[in-house]
Design a protein. Structure first.
Length: 249
C-alpha cells in the first residue's frame, strides 16, 4: 500500500535539492505531484526527470500576488489538496554589517512572507484531513555566525508551524516543520564562493556534525513523507529535526 496513494500534493522549490528528491519520494508513494520553481531551465529539466504527469508551475516564492495565481492553478488542475511541502527558500550568509534593507527583505520575502500568504491562499483547497509541512532549519537554534537573517526567517517558520497548527487543526489541517541540518544541495553553490573556499566551508561545517557528514536530500524527503502521510496523524505543531546530531552538541 502506497503511503500517499492518490493524494494531491504541492512542493514549492521542487526543481532541485530537497524539493526535487521529495517530489521523487512522493511519486514513489503514489501521490499526484505539483512542483514550483523560477528558473525556466530547471523547470524544464524537472519536468523531463519527473515525468509528464507532474504539474510544473513557474512561481516566485517571494511574490505575494504569485501565491494567489498558484492557488488558482492548483484549483483548476487538482480541485483540492491533501498535502503541501513549503520548501522554497534562499540562504544568504553574511556578517550583519554586510546586510542592507534590500537583502534583508529579499530573504524574508522568500523564506517567510511568501510561505505565509501561500498557506492563506491554499486554505480553500486543503481537505479535511490534510497536512502542511514547512521546511525550516536548525540555524534557527544553533546561533551560527553570519546566519542572522536566514536564521530569523527560519525561526519565523518554526513559530508558524506552532501557531498555525493551533489555528487550523479545527479544519483538519495539520501543520508541522522539518528542520534539516547541513544537506548536500545546490543551495551552497548559490552562495557565490570560490570552489576552494566553498570546500573549506563544507569541511568546517562537517566537523561540527556528530555523524561527520552532510545529510542526503533523501533523508530529509523521507521525513517529509512521514509528516505528509496519515502515519503522522497524531503529530501536530511539531518540529522534526534531521541534522545528524548537530544541534545537540
Amino acid at each position: 500500500m502506497y503511503r500517499l496513494d492518490k493524494l494531491r500534493t504541492l512542493i514549492t522549490g521542487g526543481t532541485t535539492g530537497i524539493g526535487m528528491e521529495t517530489a521523487r519520494q512522493f511519486l514513489t508513494e503514489g501521490a499526484r505531484v505539483a512542483i514550483t520553481g523560477t528558473d525556466p531551465a530547471r523547470l524544464a529539466q524537472a519536468q523531463a526527470e519527473l515525468g509528464s504527469d507532474v504539474l510544473v508551475i513557474a512561481c516566485d516564492a517571494g511574490n505575494v500576488a504569485a501565491q494567489h495565481h498558484l492557488a488558482n492553478k492548483l484549483k483548476s488542475e487538482f480541485g483540492e489538496l491533501d498535502a503541501v511541502f513549503i520548501n522554497a527558500g534562499v540562504a544568504d550568509f553574511r556578517p550583519i554589517e554586510a546586510f542592507d534593507e534590500a537583502a534583508f527583505d529579499a530573504t524574508m520575502a522568500i523564506n517567510l512572507k511568501g510561505p505565509f500568504f501561500l498557506v492563506q491562499q491554499l486554505l480553500p483547497l486543503l481537505k479535511n484531513p490534510s497536512s502542511i509541512v514547512l521546511n525550516t532549519s536548525i540555524n534557527a537554534r544553533i546561533g551560527m555566525p553570519n546566519s542572522s537573517v536566514y536564521a530569523a526567517s527560519k525561526a519565523g517558520l518554526i513559530s508558524m508551524a506552532r501557531t498555525l497548527s493551533g489555528e487550523l487543526i479545527g479544519r483538519g489541517i495539520r501543520v508541522n516543520a522539518v528542520s534539516p541540518g547541513p544537506v548536500s544541495t545546490p543551495i551552497y553553490e548559490k552562495m557565490g564562493l570560490p570552489a576552494e573556499q566553498l570546500q573549506g566551508l563544507a569541511q568546517q561545517i562537517a566537523s561540527q556534525i556528530p555523524l561527520a557528514r552532510f545529510g542526503d536530500p533523501k533523508e530529509i524527503a523521507k521525513a517529509v513523507v512521514f509528516l505528509a502521510s496519515s502515519e503522522s496523524s497524531f503529530t501536530v505543531g511539531s518540529e522534526l529535526v534531521v541534522d545528524g546530531g548537530m544541534s545537540n552538541i
